[in-house]
Write a protein that binds this ligand. Sequence first.
Ligand SMILES: Nc1ncnc2c1ncn2[C@@H]1O[C@H](COP(=O)(O)OP(=O)(O)O)[C@@H](O)[C@H]1O
Ligand SMILES: [Mg+2]
Length: 276
Amino acid sequence: MIRAEKLASVGRLSAGIAHEIGNPIGIVTGYLDLLKQVDLAPEERVEYMERAQREIDRISTIIRQLLEISRPSPAGSHRVSVHSLLEDMAEVLNVQPFMSHVHFYLRLDAPDDAVVADTNQLRQVFLNLIINAADAISARNDVTRGELVVSTENRGTDGAVGGDGKPWLLVRFSDNGTGIAEENLRDVFDPFYTTKEPGKGTGLGLSVSFMIVESFGGRMEVDSTVGHGTTMTVVMPVSRSAGQPVAGRPVTGHLSEETPVAASTPPAFRADRQTG
Ligand SMILES: Nc1ncnc2c1ncn2[C@@H]1O[C@H](COP(=O)(O)OP(=O)(O)O)[C@@H](O)[C@H]1O
Ligand SMILES: [Mg+2]
Protein backbone atom coordinates (compact mmCIF):
# COMPACT_ATOMS: atom_id res chain seq x y z
CA MET A 1 0.00 0.00 0.00
CA ILE A 2 1.33 3.39 -0.92
CA ARG A 3 1.24 5.84 1.94
CA ALA A 4 0.26 9.39 1.39
CA GLU A 5 3.20 11.15 2.94
CA LYS A 6 2.45 14.55 1.57
CA LEU A 7 0.31 16.35 4.00
CA ALA A 8 -0.59 19.81 2.92
CA SER A 9 1.31 22.27 5.05
CA VAL A 10 -0.41 25.42 6.18
CA GLY A 11 2.08 27.47 4.18
CA ARG A 12 1.32 25.70 0.94
CA LEU A 13 -2.35 25.95 1.67
CA SER A 14 -2.15 29.72 2.20
CA ALA A 15 -0.31 30.25 -1.07
CA GLY A 16 -2.92 28.14 -2.82
CA ILE A 17 -5.79 30.05 -1.23
CA ALA A 18 -4.33 33.40 -2.24
CA HIS A 19 -4.18 32.17 -5.81
CA GLU A 20 -7.49 30.31 -5.95
CA ILE A 21 -9.49 33.12 -4.38
CA GLY A 22 -7.48 35.94 -5.97
CA ASN A 23 -8.37 34.77 -9.48
CA PRO A 24 -12.16 34.83 -9.14
CA ILE A 25 -11.99 38.14 -7.26
CA GLY A 26 -10.09 39.62 -10.19
CA ILE A 27 -12.75 38.29 -12.57
CA VAL A 28 -15.61 39.69 -10.46
CA THR A 29 -13.88 43.10 -10.40
CA GLY A 30 -13.62 42.95 -14.19
CA TYR A 31 -17.34 42.27 -14.59
CA LEU A 32 -18.23 45.02 -12.13
CA ASP A 33 -16.22 47.45 -14.28
CA LEU A 34 -18.09 46.26 -17.37
CA LEU A 35 -21.41 46.70 -15.58
CA LYS A 36 -20.59 50.35 -14.92
CA GLN A 37 -20.92 51.10 -18.62
CA VAL A 38 -24.08 53.02 -19.39
CA ASP A 39 -24.71 51.69 -22.90
CA LEU A 40 -25.01 48.00 -22.00
CA ALA A 41 -27.67 45.83 -23.62
CA PRO A 42 -29.94 44.26 -20.95
CA GLU A 43 -28.84 40.73 -21.88
CA GLU A 44 -25.18 41.73 -21.59
CA ARG A 45 -25.91 43.12 -18.15
CA VAL A 46 -27.57 39.84 -17.12
CA GLU A 47 -24.71 37.79 -18.50
CA TYR A 48 -22.03 39.77 -16.67
CA MET A 49 -23.97 39.53 -13.44
CA GLU A 50 -24.39 35.78 -13.84
CA ARG A 51 -20.71 35.29 -14.56
CA ALA A 52 -19.74 37.35 -11.54
CA GLN A 53 -22.16 35.28 -9.46
CA ARG A 54 -20.50 32.04 -10.59
CA GLU A 55 -17.11 33.31 -9.48
CA ILE A 56 -18.53 34.36 -6.13
CA ASP A 57 -20.08 30.89 -5.73
CA ARG A 58 -16.67 29.39 -6.38
CA ILE A 59 -15.13 31.54 -3.66
CA SER A 60 -17.82 30.49 -1.18
CA THR A 61 -17.26 26.81 -1.99
CA ILE A 62 -13.55 27.17 -1.31
CA ILE A 63 -14.15 29.03 1.92
CA ARG A 64 -16.71 26.50 3.10
CA GLN A 65 -14.24 23.68 2.55
CA LEU A 66 -11.45 25.57 4.28
CA LEU A 67 -13.65 26.12 7.31
CA GLU A 68 -13.70 22.35 7.76
CA ILE A 69 -10.03 22.58 8.70
CA SER A 70 -10.34 25.31 11.25
CA ARG A 71 -13.29 23.67 12.96
CA PRO A 72 -11.56 20.62 14.46
CA SER A 73 -11.70 21.07 18.18
CA PRO A 74 -11.24 18.44 20.86
CA ALA A 75 -14.34 19.89 22.49
CA GLY A 76 -16.43 18.73 19.53
CA SER A 77 -15.13 15.18 19.74
CA HIS A 78 -17.07 12.26 21.17
CA ARG A 79 -16.86 8.52 20.88
CA VAL A 80 -18.50 7.86 17.56
CA SER A 81 -19.66 4.57 16.13
CA VAL A 82 -18.24 4.56 12.62
CA HIS A 83 -20.62 1.76 11.61
CA SER A 84 -23.70 3.68 12.69
CA LEU A 85 -22.47 6.78 10.94
CA LEU A 86 -21.88 4.86 7.70
CA GLU A 87 -25.27 3.17 7.92
CA ASP A 88 -26.98 6.52 8.42
CA MET A 89 -25.09 7.96 5.49
CA ALA A 90 -25.95 5.00 3.24
CA GLU A 91 -29.64 5.63 3.77
CA VAL A 92 -29.34 9.23 2.68
CA LEU A 93 -26.96 8.53 -0.19
CA ASN A 94 -29.22 5.90 -1.73
CA VAL A 95 -31.63 8.52 -2.92
CA GLN A 96 -29.06 11.01 -4.18
CA PRO A 97 -28.97 11.46 -7.97
CA PHE A 98 -25.16 11.62 -7.98
CA MET A 99 -25.14 8.06 -6.61
CA SER A 100 -27.69 6.64 -9.04
CA HIS A 101 -24.98 4.92 -11.13
CA VAL A 102 -23.19 3.48 -8.10
CA HIS A 103 -23.93 0.21 -6.33
CA PHE A 104 -23.05 1.04 -2.77
CA TYR A 105 -22.19 -1.73 -0.30
CA LEU A 106 -21.24 -1.67 3.35
CA ARG A 107 -19.12 -4.50 4.80
CA LEU A 108 -18.82 -3.51 8.39
CA ASP A 109 -16.80 -6.37 9.86
CA ALA A 110 -14.61 -4.60 12.42
CA PRO A 111 -15.52 -5.72 15.97
CA ASP A 112 -14.37 -2.36 17.39
CA ASP A 113 -15.81 0.54 15.44
CA ALA A 114 -15.71 3.35 17.99
CA VAL A 115 -13.35 6.27 17.46
CA VAL A 116 -13.00 9.67 19.08
CA ALA A 117 -14.01 12.23 16.52
CA ASP A 118 -16.32 15.07 15.66
CA THR A 119 -19.28 13.38 13.97
CA ASN A 120 -19.91 16.17 11.48
CA GLN A 121 -16.32 16.29 10.41
CA LEU A 122 -16.05 12.54 10.08
CA ARG A 123 -19.21 12.56 7.97
CA GLN A 124 -17.61 15.25 5.81
CA VAL A 125 -14.50 13.10 5.29
CA PHE A 126 -16.57 10.05 4.33
CA LEU A 127 -18.76 12.13 2.04
CA ASN A 128 -15.71 13.55 0.26
CA LEU A 129 -14.43 10.04 -0.37
CA ILE A 130 -17.82 8.82 -1.59
CA ILE A 131 -18.27 11.77 -3.96
CA ASN A 132 -14.76 11.24 -5.35
CA ALA A 133 -15.57 7.57 -5.94
CA ALA A 134 -18.85 8.46 -7.69
CA ASP A 135 -16.97 10.97 -9.86
CA ALA A 136 -14.28 8.42 -10.73
CA ILE A 137 -16.96 5.91 -11.72
CA SER A 138 -18.77 8.51 -13.87
CA ALA A 139 -15.50 9.44 -15.55
CA ARG A 140 -15.14 5.86 -16.73
CA ASN A 141 -17.19 4.94 -19.76
CA ASP A 142 -16.07 1.32 -20.17
CA VAL A 143 -17.66 0.09 -16.97
CA THR A 144 -21.27 -1.01 -16.86
CA ARG A 145 -21.61 -1.53 -13.15
CA GLY A 146 -20.23 1.12 -10.85
CA GLU A 147 -19.35 -0.24 -7.42
CA LEU A 148 -18.29 1.32 -4.18
CA VAL A 149 -17.59 -0.94 -1.21
CA VAL A 150 -17.00 0.56 2.20
CA SER A 151 -15.43 -1.96 4.55
CA THR A 152 -14.00 -1.85 8.05
CA GLU A 153 -11.32 -3.86 9.78
CA ASN A 154 -9.36 -3.70 13.03
CA ARG A 155 -5.60 -3.91 13.15
CA GLY A 156 -3.48 -4.20 16.23
CA THR A 157 0.11 -4.08 17.25
CA ASP A 158 1.09 -7.04 15.16
CA GLY A 159 -0.51 -5.71 11.99
CA ALA A 160 1.08 -3.62 9.31
CA VAL A 161 -0.46 -0.53 10.82
CA GLY A 162 0.49 1.02 14.11
CA GLY A 163 3.01 -0.80 16.24
CA ASP A 164 2.55 1.17 19.42
CA GLY A 165 0.11 -1.24 21.03
CA LYS A 166 -2.96 0.76 20.09
CA PRO A 167 -5.76 -0.89 18.16
CA TRP A 168 -6.70 0.78 14.88
CA LEU A 169 -9.81 0.98 12.78
CA LEU A 170 -9.35 0.90 9.02
CA VAL A 171 -12.22 2.20 6.89
CA ARG A 172 -11.71 1.41 3.22
CA PHE A 173 -13.55 3.04 0.32
CA SER A 174 -12.97 0.85 -2.74
CA ASP A 175 -14.36 1.92 -6.09
CA ASN A 176 -14.06 0.56 -9.60
CA GLY A 177 -13.62 4.00 -11.14
CA THR A 178 -10.86 5.32 -13.38
CA GLY A 179 -8.05 4.77 -10.91
CA ILE A 180 -5.12 7.14 -10.41
CA ALA A 181 -1.86 6.99 -12.35
CA GLU A 182 1.11 6.09 -10.17
CA GLU A 183 2.84 9.43 -10.85
CA ASN A 184 -0.21 11.31 -9.56
CA LEU A 185 -0.72 9.31 -6.36
CA ARG A 186 1.50 11.63 -4.36
CA ASP A 187 -0.44 14.70 -5.51
CA VAL A 188 -3.97 13.75 -4.56
CA PHE A 189 -3.68 15.01 -0.98
CA ASP A 190 -2.23 18.36 -2.07
CA PRO A 191 -4.51 21.35 -1.69
CA PHE A 192 -6.02 22.48 -5.00
CA TYR A 193 -4.79 19.42 -6.89
CA THR A 194 -7.70 18.45 -9.10
CA THR A 195 -8.19 16.73 -12.44
CA LYS A 196 -11.81 17.89 -12.61
CA GLU A 197 -13.22 20.75 -14.64
CA PRO A 198 -13.29 24.16 -13.00
CA GLY A 199 -16.60 24.40 -11.22
CA LYS A 200 -16.67 20.64 -10.56
CA GLY A 201 -13.61 20.21 -8.38
CA THR A 202 -11.76 22.49 -6.02
CA GLY A 203 -8.98 20.06 -5.16
CA LEU A 204 -9.62 20.63 -1.48
CA GLY A 205 -11.62 17.52 -0.57
CA LEU A 206 -8.72 15.19 0.16
CA SER A 207 -6.35 17.75 1.68
CA VAL A 208 -9.06 18.93 4.06
CA SER A 209 -10.05 15.32 4.82
CA PHE A 210 -6.44 14.42 5.55
CA MET A 211 -6.12 17.25 8.05
CA ILE A 212 -9.39 16.31 9.74
CA VAL A 213 -8.36 12.66 10.08
CA GLU A 214 -4.95 13.73 11.43
CA SER A 215 -6.69 15.82 14.05
CA PHE A 216 -8.36 12.58 15.23
CA GLY A 217 -4.93 10.95 15.53
CA GLY A 218 -5.26 9.06 12.27
CA ARG A 219 -4.14 9.26 8.68
CA MET A 220 -5.23 8.43 5.14
CA GLU A 221 -3.72 6.13 2.55
CA VAL A 222 -4.34 5.65 -1.13
CA ASP A 223 -3.91 2.61 -3.30
CA SER A 224 -4.95 2.68 -6.94
CA THR A 225 -4.59 1.02 -10.31
CA VAL A 226 -5.56 2.77 -13.51
CA GLY A 227 -8.43 0.94 -15.17
CA HIS A 228 -9.23 -1.02 -12.01
CA GLY A 229 -10.12 1.43 -9.31
CA THR A 230 -9.05 3.12 -6.15
CA THR A 231 -9.04 2.30 -2.46
CA MET A 232 -8.88 5.20 -0.04
CA THR A 233 -8.28 4.10 3.55
CA VAL A 234 -8.98 6.12 6.65
CA VAL A 235 -6.96 4.83 9.62
CA MET A 236 -8.00 5.96 13.09
CA PRO A 237 -7.23 4.85 16.65
CA VAL A 238 -9.97 2.72 18.18
CA SER A 239 -11.53 4.15 21.30
CA ARG A 240 -12.12 1.57 24.00
CA SER A 241 -13.63 2.50 27.27
CA ALA A 242 -12.03 1.05 30.36
CA GLY A 243 -13.10 -2.39 31.52
CA GLN A 244 -14.61 -3.48 28.26
CA PRO A 245 -13.71 -6.85 26.78
CA VAL A 246 -11.20 -6.53 23.99
CA ALA A 247 -12.97 -8.77 21.54
CA GLY A 248 -16.50 -7.65 22.29
CA ARG A 249 -18.47 -4.89 20.80
CA PRO A 250 -17.02 -1.86 22.46
CA VAL A 251 -19.93 0.19 23.54
CA THR A 252 -23.34 -0.04 25.04
CA GLY A 253 -25.60 2.94 25.14
CA HIS A 254 -24.92 6.11 23.26
CA LEU A 255 -21.57 7.12 21.86
CA SER A 256 -22.75 10.57 21.01
CA GLU A 257 -26.10 12.26 20.82
CA GLU A 258 -26.32 11.68 17.12
CA THR A 259 -25.07 8.15 16.64
CA PRO A 260 -26.44 5.54 18.97
CA VAL A 261 -24.66 2.26 18.47
CA ALA A 262 -26.65 -0.49 16.84
CA ALA A 263 -26.82 -3.70 18.84
CA SER A 264 -25.48 -5.62 15.88
CA THR A 265 -24.33 -4.80 12.43
CA PRO A 266 -25.13 -6.96 9.44
CA PRO A 267 -21.90 -8.26 7.88
CA ALA A 268 -22.88 -7.00 4.46
CA PHE A 269 -25.37 -4.30 3.74
CA ARG A 270 -26.70 -3.79 0.28
CA ALA A 271 -28.01 -0.29 0.03
CA ASP A 272 -31.28 -0.07 -1.86
CA ARG A 273 -31.07 2.42 -4.57
CA GLN A 274 -33.54 4.53 -6.45
CA THR A 275 -32.77 5.16 -10.04
CA GLY A 276 -32.88 8.71 -11.17
N1 LIG B 1 -11.62 7.60 -5.88
C1 LIG B 1 -10.87 8.27 -6.77
N2 LIG B 1 -10.63 7.75 -8.01
C2 LIG B 1 -9.87 8.40 -8.91
N3 LIG B 1 -9.28 9.59 -8.69
C3 LIG B 1 -9.47 10.17 -7.49
C4 LIG B 1 -10.27 9.55 -6.47
N4 LIG B 1 -10.28 10.36 -5.39
C5 LIG B 1 -9.53 11.44 -5.72
N5 LIG B 1 -9.04 11.34 -6.96
C6 LIG B 1 -8.16 12.31 -7.66
O1 LIG B 1 -7.66 13.22 -6.70
C7 LIG B 1 -8.02 14.56 -7.06
C8 LIG B 1 -8.21 15.40 -5.80
O2 LIG B 1 -9.37 15.00 -5.08
P1 LIG B 1 -10.04 16.05 -4.10
O3 LIG B 1 -9.00 16.58 -3.18
O4 LIG B 1 -11.23 15.42 -3.49
O5 LIG B 1 -10.45 17.25 -5.06
P2 LIG B 1 -11.62 17.33 -6.18
O6 LIG B 1 -12.56 16.19 -5.96
O7 LIG B 1 -12.26 18.65 -5.93
O8 LIG B 1 -10.90 17.26 -7.50
C9 LIG B 1 -9.25 14.42 -7.94
O9 LIG B 1 -9.42 15.51 -8.83
C10 LIG B 1 -8.93 13.12 -8.69
O10 LIG B 1 -8.04 13.36 -9.75
MG1 LIG C 1 -13.28 15.64 -4.06
